[in-house]
Structures are given as structure tokens and as C-alpha cells.
Ligand binder design. Structure first.
Ligand SMILES: [Cu+2]
Length: 134
């Protein structure tokens, strides 16, 4: 009886660790519209290769731009923000992409924005949370 309990406890611990660090996923699925990212919260494990699947269902060009930790493009993305870009991808209207990138190695909250003019103020922002890899 006691042994059975221990086995169950071990199994549930294994299930918890397989679930990843707080729902972190190595896949990002995002739809871009005029002017939103859906969803707008992503959690990935640090330093891992992330599969990035996205489609642009809007009528204009959109971008998924991850800013470096501790940086923000503010209300408008301009020249001075370019060195602060960690990774980005651009999608034409109706376009889609299936690509990969390496998650930042430093855990934290990263700003995600669309750098097309006027889209940040239109609400095209998201959050990328990087958690320590298991
Ligand atoms: Cu946009």
C-alpha cells in the first residue's frame, strides 16, 4: 500500500516536470491582424530553439519584433531602436511563415512589437517571457 503511494508520487512529479517551466513552450503560434498579435503572451525556455509559426491575416505588412531585454521601442519604432532588436520577422498581408529562432539565454520579460509605422500605438504589442530551461 505504502509502496503504491510512493510510485504514484513519483509519477506525478514526472508529470509536473514534463509540463515544462511554467507552461514554457518551444513553439510559438501567432496570428497577426490589423492591429493585434493573437495571442499576445508567450513563454519560452531560455536558449532553446523555438519554432515560430505565424500568419498575417491583416491587410498590411506586419512584423514580429522581439526587443532585447530591458529595452523598449516606446510608442514609435525608429532608427535608434534597431540595435535593440533581438530577432524579427516580417510578414506580407496574407503571408505566413514557419521558421525558427534561438530564445534569449537570459530569463526575463521581453517586449514584442510590430515595427510597421503606427502599429505600436494601435496596440500591436505582446510579451515574451523567457524562463530558465529545465
Ligand atoms: Cu503590424
Amino acid at each position: 500500500m505504502k509502496r503504491k503511494f510512493i510510485i504514484m508520487a513519483v509519477i506525478s512529479l514526472m508529470l509536473v516536470s514534463c509540463g515544462g517551466a511554467g507552461g514554457a513552450s518551444t513553439t510559438i503560434d501567432v496570428t497577426m491582424t490589423d492591429f493585434q498579435f493573437q495571442p499576445s503572451q508567450f513563454t519560452v525556455p531560455a536558449g532553446q530553439e523555438i519554432t515560430f509559426n505565424s500568419s498575417n491575416n491583416g491587410a498590411v505588412v506586419h512584423n514580429f519584433v522581439i526587443m532585447k531585454l530591458g529595452t523598449s521601442a516606446g510608442d514609435f519604432f525608429d532608427e535608434e531602436d534597431i540595435p535593440n532588436v533581438y530577432w524579427e520577422v516580417e510578414l506580407q498581408p496574407g503571408g505566413s511563415t514557419d521558421t525558427t529562432f534561438t530564445a534569449p539565454t537570459e530569463p526575463g520579460e521581453y517586449d514584442v512589437i510590430c515595427r510597421t509605422e503606427g502599429h505600436i500605438v494601435s496596440g500591436m504589442t505582446a510579451k515574451l517571457t523567457v524562463v530558465p530551461a529545465e
